[in-house]
Ligand binder design. Sequence first.
Ligand SMILES: Cc1cc2nc3c(=O)[nH]c(=O)nc-3n(C[C@H](O)[C@H](O)[C@H](O)COP(=O)(O)OP(=O)(O)OC[C@H]3O[C@@H](n4cnc5c(N)ncnc54)[C@H](O)[C@@H]3O)c2cc1C
Length: 340
Amino acid sequence: MTEGPLDTDLLDLLIVGAGPAGIATAVEARQAGIQRILLLEKGPSHSFSIEKLYTPGKRVDKVYLGQEVDCEGLVCIVDGTRETVLETLEAFIQQHQLEIRSGTEVTSITALPEGGFEVLDSHGTRHRSRTVVIAIGVYGRPNKPDYPIPASLKGRVRFDLTEALPPGESVLVVGGGNTALEYAAYLYAERPVTLAYRGEDFTKANDVNRRILEDLERAGQVEVWRRADIQALGDTGGAPAVEVTFKDGRAARFHHVLYALGGSTPDGFLKQAGVALDGKRPLVDHRFHSNVPGLYLAGDLVAGGKGSIVKAFNTGRAVVWEGLCQDHLECRIPGRGERA
Ligand SMILES: Cc1cc2nc3c(=O)[nH]c(=O)nc-3n(C[C@H](O)[C@H](O)[C@H](O)COP(=O)(O)OP(=O)(O)OC[C@H]3O[C@@H](n4cnc5c(N)ncnc54)[C@H](O)[C@@H]3O)c2cc1C
C-alpha cells in the first residue's frame, strides 16, 4: 500500500477533477443527499482547462460543434463567454458549498479488497472513499508533434496560453481546430501571427471561427499557411529563436510556436486505476460505470472524442442518479419538481 498521511475521514464520494463534469457530479450528489463529498483539483482553481485553454473573452456556445444537447440536470449554462461560464460554475460551487482542494493532483487510485478506494494525491495524502468519479477531461495531456523539440527552445514552444506571450514577438500557431483558430484570433492584435495547418480546409473548426479567420486573412491580419506540414524545429541561437522547416521545403523563423493539436485520453491514469480500455476508449456502461465496482467516469473522458460543457454536465447527472444512487450510496429521492 502507498505511504503518506491518511486522511481519516471516510468519504462517500471522491471526485477527481473540478471541471464542468466534476462540479456537476458534486452538485447532483449534494442534491441526492450524499454527505461526504470531496473534489481534488490539479489546477490552482476549478475548471482549469477552461481557464487555461480558452482565450480571455472567448465566446462559449452552449450548442458546441453542432451538438444539440440540452441540460438534463441542475447545472446548466447559457451562451456566453469564458468569464461568464467560469462565474456560473463558481456560483454553483458556492451555492452547494462544494469542498474543492485545488493544487492537488491525484496520482493513483487503488480499489481496496474490502471495498472502497484509496486515493493518493500529489501532497502524499491518502484519502479513503466509498466511491470515486474520475472527471479529469482530456486536456491534461496535450497532443505533441512526432518530431523532437530541442530542449533549448523551452519557453519558446508552448502547448497552451497559461503564460502570456510578449507583445510584438512573432508567433506560429499550429493546428486546424477551434483552439488553433481562437488562439490566432486572440493573439493577432499585439503581434504578427501565422497559422500553419497541414490540411486544406478548416473543417474541424466551427462556422463562426472559420468566418473570423477568413476575415482576418483577407485583412492581412493573420497569415494562413495551408498544407503546411512541419518537418522539424531548430534553434537559431538568436532572435527569432525558432526555425521551422516544412515538409515542402519551406523554412521560416518565429519568436514563438504555439501548438493546438488537441488532447488525448489520459489512458495511463485510467489503466493505473484498473479501468479497462478498448484502445484509448475507456469501457463504461450507460451510467458511465467502469469495470471497477464503484468507480465511474464523467465528462470528456466518456464523450467519444466530441465533448462539450453541457454533455459533461449530463454525464455527472447520470453518474449520480442512475449509477451511485442505484448501486452504491444511500440517496434522498427528491420531491416532485426538486430535480431538474
Ligand atoms: C479551446 C476550446 C474551446 C471550447 N469551447 C467550447 C464551447 O464553446 N462550448 C462547449 O460546450 N465546449 C467547449 N469546449 C469543450 C469543453 O471545454 C469540454 O468539453 C469541457 O471542459 C469538458 O469538461 P470536463 O469536466 O470533462 O473536463 P475539463 O474541463 O478538462 O476538466 C477536467 C479538470 O480535471 C483536472 N484534472 C486533470 N487531471 C487531474 C488529476 N490527475 N487530479 C486532479 N485534477 C485533475 C483539470 O485541471 C481540470 O480542471 C472547448 C474546448 C476547448 C479546448
